[in-house]
Design a protein around this ligand. Structure first.
Ligand code: PLP
Length: 410
């Protein structure tokens, strides 16, 4: 008889988004004229840059002609894109990453979810809390997390709380951990680590033999100096870190799908007998077995992100979202709310007012301002008492939503 992978039964239901929808629908039913503004979603709203669209069209035309048609491409991605990434995202910042350390994929979600497969099941996993849920749930599915308590805290994972009390800077773990997921700029808190703060983690990983899985999906939103765009800007990171990047949030590829993962050549992990294995080779083996590459037109479209026009256009979109973020921050201040993020990230993390939990604050904003955000408790136990707004809505809607919130007093 077929049996289920029982690890799947340990997953908590994705209660948060269905509960948000239920409450919003009920409110809309009772208030059919309500003009609800959704500021909870982490999806971009601006269209693809023109340079990207043109390259996309040209590549589709190539696929229509016998002479230029392409079938299966390299599973790791076409050299033209891997080289453009090595040159523009790394060499230009003085970081030495070669094209053959870069693996093109159809998303940082898949890569951050799949990467754990190449590591042993007995590895202890550490996650910051609150957290992008994919890191946790992919490890639950694999069997590394064990059962969860009522707060959704899995017994087999090490949680590194990031709250107001520690200025959202995770402390080094007291217990032994092997795989450490770090995401900076952070979703959901919108906070960042300085080079010095990140260097502490790199040093820790080097000393303890652990490995950092660094998600830099929001790197393009960094506005301030002194904040690393890549973990490889930190000395010694090549031996202890894998980096995930995406074209989703910098160039509007959430519906087009293109991302990449960097696995440096030096990165090695031992088997149970102590023999060392190249992580790049393991990831290459995994990808060539289970993945058949990103479509040619999409890779040409991603390549166009690095042209001068592409760069100018993506900068415009990021500036647009960050102007929204500025308006959100100023309005929250007027409303007397404490908040974090929104300076180097498109996320603003609000401390809920005294005596209000994440869901009570959700209901207040929905009822009194007709604005929808995401209760922080949905991102992990330490997210309780916080609330996430995103800068991804239109300028008009952001201004309208924030005028309404400014009028509330907390
Ligand atoms: N990593 C983080 C931290 C995210 O917030 C998201 C999307 O919201 C992703 C990865 C997913 O990126 P992609 O669209 O490349 O799958």
């Amino acid at each position: 008889m077929v049996t289920v992978n029982e690890n799947y039964l340990l997953l908590k239901s994705s209660y948060i988004f269905s509960e948000i929808n239920r409450r919003v629908e009920e409110f809309q039913r009772k208030n059919p004229d309500a003009d609800i503004i959704r500021m909870g979603i982490g999806d971009v709203t601006r269209p693809l840059p023109e340079a990207v669209v043109e390259a996309f069209h040209r590549a589709v035309d190539e696929m229509a002609e016998e002479e230029t048609f392409r079938g299966y491409g390299p599973e790791q991605g076409y050299p033209f894109l891997r080289e453009a990434i090595a040159e523009n995202d790394y060499a230009s910042r003085g970081v030495d990453i070669t094209a053959d350390e870069i693996f093109i994929s159809d998303g940082a979600k898949c890569d951050t979810g799949n990467i754990q497969e190449i590591f042993g099941l007995d590895n202890v996993v550490a996650v910051t809390d609150p957290v992008y849920p994919v890191y946790v749930e992919s490890n639950v599915m694999a069997g590394r997390a064990g059962p969860a308590d009522d707060d959704g805290r899995y017994s087999g994972l090490v949680y590194l709380p990031c709250t107001e009390e520690n200025s959202f800077i995770p402390s080094l773990p007291e217990e032994r951990v092997d795989l450490i997921y770090l995401c900076y700029p952070n979703n959901p808190t919108g906070t960042t680590l300085t080079e010095k703060q990140l260097a502490e983690w790199v040093d820790y990983a080097r000393d303890s033999g652990s490995l950092i899985l660094f998600d830099a999906a929001y790197e393009a939103y960094i506005q301030e100096d002194g904040i690393p765009h890549s973990i490889y800007e930190v000395e010694g990171a090549r031996e202890v870190a894998i980096e995930f990047r995406s074209f989703s949030k910098n160039a509007g590829f959430t519906g087009t799908r293109c991302a990449f993962t960097v696995v440096p050549e030096e990165l090695e992990v031992p088997d149970s007998s102590g023999r060392m294995h190249s992580v790049r080779e393991l990831w290459n083996r995994r990808q060539t077995t289970k993945f058949n590459g990103v479509s040619y037109p999409v890779q040409r479209a991603a390549e166009a992100v690095y042209t001068p026009e592409g760069q100018r256009e993506i900068r415009e979109s990021i500036d647009y979202y960050m102007e929204n973020a500025r308006i959100i921050r100023e309005s929250l201040e007027r409303a007397g709310l404490r908040y974090y993020g929104g300076v180097n990230a498109p996320y603003i993390w609000i401390r809920t007012p005294e005596g209000m939990d994440s869901w009570q604050f959700f209901d207040t904003l929905l009822n009194d301002a007709e604005v929808v955000g995401t209760p922080g408790s949905g991102f992990g136990p330490s997210g309780e008492g916080y609330f996430r707004l995103t800068a991804f809505n239109s300028f008009r809607n952001t201004v309208k939503a924030m005028e309404r919130i400014s009028e509330l007093s907390f």
